[in-house]
Design a protein around this ligand. Structure first.
Ligand code: PMP
Length: 408
């Protein structure tokens, strides 16, 4: 059980008034708010440790390096990575997927005609980098469709697997539908089909809602963003298996990623530094570790149970409203619920809810192919976090009812 009153006191921004009403922040899938533990960690870093890392022999440089590498250890432990060195800091999930796709394309390991399997519900961040890889390598995208109930069509997935399959890139949790995809099964099937298939998981919508164990999932890469996990923007991580990270070429060139440079030849650094050219976001890494400690302290199972209750309440309440189609697949489902309102534009609905103090997301949620499959241009999406309350969900449902009446 989470004590939401105590928790909410830790998030100063939640006291905001919007159009004279208390803010009800239900746009957590876009980004989460930050607790004092994270804000304090950022400030403490700059007040007591700030220097550049891995460079100076001086005192502060050593403190900053230790803080950065301690943050790496925390992040690796958070997703149960077998080795800390396999955890690369990135600016976020998008950079992580681009880093993986680009270095795979550059490696020459993909041959023309080989196939990359994605799902119809992917975020643009897990589509466009693979399209760019296809342009460079002559590989071909294949798409797992959704069933009429908006879950992944696993039979179709099995039929797509073939000797040509080289990469499977799949979202752990859909940012629009909330569906928790059976990643372990997807990975196992990919390996049965062809053992050297590279499986990348987009964990942007998973890490703040469930305990992620990359070893249990059996994937090769796992990417996520700090800002959806109560940490600042501009920091995230890509975990990759050592074997692959050693085999793939570096992504960007510069300081930190080298052992030795001459004009004739550069010897690259070991992982993870080989993939971390330039001065990293040191404070971001430290603050993300503080966010991970914060959610681990509350317990991801407690957070999941709390959010499940809120999501179930929202789904049930929304389903009872005329004119709404609730896109909540009947499978394991995370803290996201999207609705389509018959004859009402999602933007109008979002604007009216904002007038009532409620922040929801409207639009395509960076999932235009999914919108196309759903036959719409956008949805209205509410997404929950550990600080949301049952009272807030009740107010949201009442407000939605009122907004629908006003727009009728
Ligand atoms: N994948 C999914 C499923 C997402 O929801 C998001 C963010 N909306 C991303 C990837 C990209 O994350 P970021 O913009 O933080 O890089």
């Amino acid at each position: 059980m989470l004590d939401t009153a105590t928790i909410r006191a830790q998030f100063p921004i939640l006291k905001t008034q919007v159009h004279g009403k208390p803010l009800i922040y239900l746009d957590n899938a876009a980004t989460t708010q930050k607790p004092l533990a994270v804000l304090d960690a950022s400030r403490r870093y700059y007040e007591t440790q700030n220097a550049n890392v891995h460079r100076g022999s001086h005192y502060l440089s050593q403190l900053a390096t230790e803080a950065h590498e301690q943050a790496r250890e925390t992040a690796a432990g958070f997703i149960n990575a077998p080795e800390t060195a396999e955890l690369l800091f990135t600016s976020g999930c998008t950079m992580g997927i681009n880093l993986a796709a680009d270095t795979i394309a550059k490696s020459g390991m993909i041959r023309p005609g080989e196939e990359i399997i994605l799902s119809a519900a992917e975020h643009h961040s897990n589509i466009v980098p693979w399209q760019m890889l296809c342009e460079r390598t002559g590989a071909v995208l294949r798409v797992i469709p959704l069933t009429p109930g908006q879950t992944l069509d696993m039979e179709a997935y099995q039929n797509l697997l073939s000797p040509r399959t080289r990469i499977v890139a799949i979202g752990h949790v859909s940012n629009t539908l909330g569906t928790v995809n059976p990643v372990r099964e997807i990975t196992a099937l990919a390996r049965q089909n062809r053992p050297d298939t590279i499986v990348l998981v987009d964990g942007a919508q998973a890490v703040s809602h469930m305990k992620v164990d990359v070893q249990e999932l059996g994937c090769d890469f796992y990417a996520f963003s700090g800002h959806k996990l109560y940490a600042p923007t501009g920091i995230g991580a890509l975990w990759g298996k050592r074997e692959l990270l050693e085999q793939l070429p570096p992504w960007m060139g510069g300081g930190e990623m080298i052992k030795e440079v001459t004009f004739e030849k550069t010897v690259y650094n070991d992982i993870p530094f080989k993939y971390e050219a330039g001065t990293p976001n040191i404070e971001g890494a430290v603050a993300m570790a503080a966010a991970m400690d914060y959610v681990s302290g509350l317990g991801l199972h407690n957070i999941a149970a709390h959010e499940q209750k809120l999501t179930d309440m929202a789904v049930e309440g929304l389903k009872a409203m005329p004119r709404l189609t609730v896109l909540a697949p009947d499978v394991p489902h995370s803290a996201v619920v999207s609705v389509l309102a018959e004859g009402i534009h999602h933007y109008d609905l979002g604007t009216l809810l904002d007038q009532m103090g409620i922040a929801v997301r409207t639009g395509h949620h960076c999932c235009q192919p999914l919108m196309c499959a759903l036959g719409t241009t956008g949805t209205t999406r509410a997404s929950f976090a550990l600080y949301n309350t049952e009272e807030e969900v009740k107010t949201f449902l009442r407000s939605m009812n009122r907004a629908l009446e006003m727009l009728s």
